[in-house]
Write a new protein. Structure first.
Length: 382
């Protein structure tokens, strides 16, 4: 069973990305991890699990390897993988109790907000949405029943930045846990556990996989007891698990994650600076720009600014839709974090209840030649 060798405990992030959760297969010597599709595992004569696996929903080799790797990359004690990012979020909320209260960033992923306003509200889990970049507002939102502060930084699609260490300290002082959705930043650029959070969420569908061909979600925890034990129970008992094949692809993705993120982030910053100079554009949102309100905090708590950006065009929704339609190299698609770049009219994707500006265009920057991406935007903005 692949497990992180002891010599890796103090390794750097790039080394962990390639080696954590991997070891040559003891049965065959295979260097590439075997994809183990078996749903059940042979029992010992005493009914035990001699190889540590009994039934694939509870645990399986490819999922365990991915969990090892993600825990190592975030500096966590343990990780639990799910079939999607929203399934991971749901497992966290279901580890609370009816009557508990969640303070949630009003910039949190819209699917997470829908969980809170829909099924979890019917289940009597209370919530307040608040702009978490405003710490005084966060403080006011706490009630005696608040158990969890839910952060996302940078947010989608305005790339708002929250002071994670200050927000987590505020929650801790009130006896609440803090989770940070780290999907946009990835462990390459930001480590919320080191900033005082208890839990980190990833939609591994995005940068961890990196190729838009596998779905998944993960919770990484600072401690393996407490709420994480309940999250593990949710994974094994409620069973919203990823397939071994998706885990295999996601673990493969982690090896190139640091390189991809650095290259994609550098291109995103170049594009953001170029967009700021365009007369057809009236606002650019990227935490790497000195003009961004969260720039100073992002500089302090991140090692780079990420590969997501958005901008607003003159001429309202019609101009935004025309710009999106005019792109040829950028693919019109929702989602993010892949090797190819995406362009999206975000308000349309989010549906009728969105508060996203109608003239806003979101970009997920991939690995193409930066000049080709700029040429594509230049043509479509004309
Ligand atoms: C996509 C996304 C999610 C949800 O993940 P799925 O894998 O689509 O369920 C959660 N948070 C953020 C920031 C995302 O971008």
């Amino acid at each position: 069973m692949p497990s992180t060798p002891r010599k890796l405990e103090l390794a750097g992030l790039d080394t962990l990305a390639v080696h954590a959760g991997r070891a040559p297969d003891p049965a065959t010597g295979a260097i590439a991890p075997p994809l183990i599709v078996s749903t059940t595992f042979e029992r010992g004569v005493d009914g035990g699990e001699p190889h540590g696996f009994g039934y694939a929903r509870a645990d399986n080799p490819n999922r365990r390897a991915l969990e090892h790797c993600l825990a190592a990359l975030e500096g966590g004690a343990d990780a639990a993988c799910f079939g999607s990012g929203v399934a991971a979020a749901y497992a966290v909320f279901q580890s609370l109790a009816p009557g508990d209260h969640v303070v949630c960033s009003d910039g949190a992923y819209h699917g997470v907000q829908r969980e809170l306003t829909g099924p979890l509200a019917r289940w009597q889990l209370a919530h307040s949405f608040v702009d978490t970049s405003d710490l005084a507002a966060v403080e006011r939102a706490f009630t005696p029943r608040t158990r969890l502060l839910w952060l996302e930084s940078p947010t989608n699609p305005l790339l708002k930045v929250t002071d994670i260490a200050a927000a987590a300290a505020l929650a801790r002082a009130r006896g609440a846990l803090t989770l940070c959705d780290n999907t946009f930043a990835t462990p390459v650029l930001q480590n919320p556990l080191a900033l005082g959070c208890d839990l980190v969420l990833h939609s591994t569908t995005k940068y961890v996989g990196g190729h838009s061909d596998a779905m998944g979600g993960a919770i990484v925890a600072a401690a393996s007891d407490g709420i994480f034990a309940l999250i593990r129970e949710q994974q094994q008992v409620a069973g919203a698990i990823p397939s071994p094949r998706d885990c295999w692809l996601l673990l493969r993705g982690t090896a190139t994650l640091p390189l991809r993120i650095r290259a994609q982030s550098a291109t995103a910053l170049e594009l953001a600076r170029w967009l700021e100079q365009q007369p057809a554009v009236h606002a650019v949102h990227h935490p790497g720009l000195a003009s961004h309100p969260g720039h100073a905090i992002a500089k302090r708590q991140m090692r780079g600014f990420g590969a997501m950006l958005s901008f607003q065009v003159r001429g309202g929704e019609a101009a935004a839709l025309a710009t999106v339609a005019g792109c040829r190299l950028f693919t019109r698609a929702t989602s993010l974090g892949s090797v190819e770049s995406y362009v999206e009219h975000r308000a349309t994707s989010e549906g009728p209840h969105t508060t996203t500006p109608r003239d806003l265009i979101r970009l997920s920057i991939g690995l193409e030649t930066p000049a080709d991406l700029i040429a594509d935007l230049e043509r479509s903005l004309r």
